[in-house]
Design a protein around this ligand. Structure first.
Ligand SMILES: [Zn+2]
Length: 154
C-alpha cells in the first residue's frame, strides 16, 4: 500500500464500509490538525529530512513526571535517551519522531520504583514503535495493528 497523509487516510476510512470505533472517530480529527501529536506534551526542536524520510526531532515539555507506581511527581532527572517512533506519513513520505525523553528518579523513599521513564500517553504508548495517531489511522483503514497489511481486505 502506498503511504498517504493523515487526511487521506481518514477520508479512505470514511469512504470504506469498515466499522470505525467511537474512540477512533472522536480522537482522529483532533490529532490530524497539528504537526505534533500532542503540542502540550512535546515541542519541535527541528526537522531533518532525507530522500525518503522526514524526522521530527522533538523534546518533552514537562519539568516533572509522575511515578507509575506511587503516582507522585518527581523533578529529579536520572538520564536522557532517544526513542524513534513512526508517525503519520506526509504525502507519501515516511515521518519519524525522534523523541528526546528522560528517565526520572522516584523521590518517594517508600516507593519500590527507583527509576521510571516519563510517559506521553497522548503521543506514544510505553513500548510502542508507532505514535498513537498512526495506530489510529491504521485501524481506521483496517490494518491489523502489529501485523502485516492485508492486501485482500477481509
Ligand atoms: Zn514512586
Amino acid at each position: 500500500m502506498k503511504a498517504t497523509d493523515g487526511a487521506e487516510l481518514y477520508n479512505m476510512a470514511v469512504k470504506s464500509e469498515r466499522s470505525i470505533t467511537p474512540e477512533a472517530k472522536n480522537s482522529f480529527p483532533m490529532n490530524i490538525t497539528t504537526l505534533l501529536a500532542d503540542p502540550s506534551a512535546i515541542s519541535l526542536n527541528y526537522i531533518r529530512s532525507s530522500l525518503n524520510t522526514i524526522t521530527l526531532v522533538v523534546k518533552t515539555n514537562a519539568s516533572q513526571a509522575i511515578c507509575p507506581r506511587c503516582h507522585r511527581s518527581s523533578i529529579r532527572v536520572h538520564s536522557r535517551y532517544i526513542r524513534r517512533v513512526a508517525d503519520l506519513p506526509w504525502h507519501g513520505i515516511a515521518v519519524k519522531l525522534e523523541l528526546h525523553t528522560r528517565r526520572f528518579r522516584c523521590q518517594n523513599s517508600l516507593c519500590t520504583q527507583r527509576i521510571f521513564c516519563e510517559r506521553l500517553p497522548r503521543v506514544v504508548a510505553h513500548y510502542a514503535r508507532k505514535t498513537i495517531r498512526l495506530n489510529t489511522a491504521l485501524e481506521l483503514i483496517g490494518f491489523p495493528i502489529g501485523g502485516e497489511a492485508s492486501l485482500h481486505g477481509n
